[in-house]
Write a protein of this length. Sequence first.
Length: 573
Amino acid sequence: MSLLEIRELTVEFPSRRGSFVAVRDVDLDVKRGEIHGLVGESGAGKSTIGNAVMGLLEPPGRIASGEISIDGRRVEALKPEEMRKVRGKTVSMIFQDPLASLNPLYSVEHQLVETIREHKRMSEREAKAYAIDLLDQVGIPNPQERILQFPHQFSGGMRQRVVIALALCPDPDLVIADEPTTALDVSIQAQILDLIRRLCTKRDVGVILVTHDMGVIAETTDRVAVMYRGRIVERGPTAKVLGDPDHDYTRSLMSAVPRSDKRLSRFPTVTYIEGPVREFEGIDLDHHWLGRNRRAQSERGGDLVALNDLQMDFTTRRSILPSNRRYLRAVDNVTLGVREGEVFGLVGESGSGKSTIARLIAGLYRPTGGEIRFDGTDITHMASGRARRPYQRQMQMIFQDPYSSLNPRMRVGEIVAEPIVHHGLASSGEERRGIVGDLLEHVGLGAEAARKYPHEFSGGQRQRISIARALATRPRFLICDEPTSALDVSIQAQILNLLKDLQEELGLTLFFISHDLPVMRQMCHRIGVMQNGRVCEIAEAEALFEDPQHDYTKHLLRLMPKLKTMDKPQMLR
């Protein structure tokens, strides 16, 4: 008998316009000691299955039909108080968004110890020791000190590790891991996946691994099910499904995985798609709004952005006495230059200082030491205001999470228009609306998107809104901080192709941060590798992958999940 048995599961979300069926007639089995992968595009129904098993479907979502059994016990019809006894101890979930799982008002110690004592008979001291051990297992450095901190004091990847430790506290029989490595670099990803494998082996735990990373599926799972629009279209042993897929959609999905072995001119996209697909159209800069008043590339030559001995310290312990204060050096004497018109990539482990550098350049943080130059001008200590405004217009940022960076109470048109108004780039409301509609057309959403709110769009579409907003000031320098880490391979390919097209058409300079090494190879001209706040190597992208010089770079490349992809995309439209 399987640990988890799902039979003919259908999940629907009723509304005034009728019922939306998110999952239809799904059968799934997970055995003890097995890692079962669940893959598919955003909206395919993967997370809905996990939420149904956990009894966490958001109203008005409901199980319309089917059965869910865990260790022989039917759970789909349990009352909320009965399901609470199952949730945590029997089945636990690792959520995709760590901030949704952690209470910002309580320390990590409080949250871990409370969970452990809820499910285990331990004293507070024993529970804290167990919590520190769990943090160490999931790769949190200095767990004795970090356990005392609050969620906001951790990087995105470190918060995800805390969430994984939280899910493992009760020693569950079944773990549903919903995109557990989305925000993690290859080094920490390898640690987490190794931890999940050891759980399966030593504790005989069953795991459902929901992910859009096909490399993770290939290297981690025993079996895999491929979902498309609420249905499972193919299932079987991982090697068979990924190596010799039977269904057209699976073959198309595999072809869209970024290549790690060679550079391509464009990212292949999923071609098994129903309905029309908007494609980016070239821009005539002589007649287009984005080309108006656009400066020619700097006649000085050299770097558009230069960092010299840049430092950034964060206070980890405050005290009246200076000798009792403690600091964390996130950026340690970093010197690098970004040439005008290039895509410069920055890669490294979570917490290595990549996003901190991006925020320093953008003026969101004030550095402890060193200098930042933009087109030859020292902007290090320019306070936000009139002096810095011209430079703020010329550099814009695309954040990792598009939803948290978009105001949910504003329409998309207002969001995109905000920087135009702030910098006075339109002479009238009519011109502003025309610019907004034009921008939305060029990022593939259409002018009609201006009337909608962010929640009415998918993750990939929200990221396109962020790109349109970033382009609204006609910037020269675009900072992309993990812009596709939460997106599936098909949407990722669309967004990255869009960024490539815009960069080439507009001559943009991109500062591209990612932990996805195959994506970095395809996107970047040069790549810098960071470790513990320092840059340990900078090289041309192809040279870095073919002949890395630093031991840490070699280490990262060895850990990169390997997946044999198709040489030619499958044309299946």
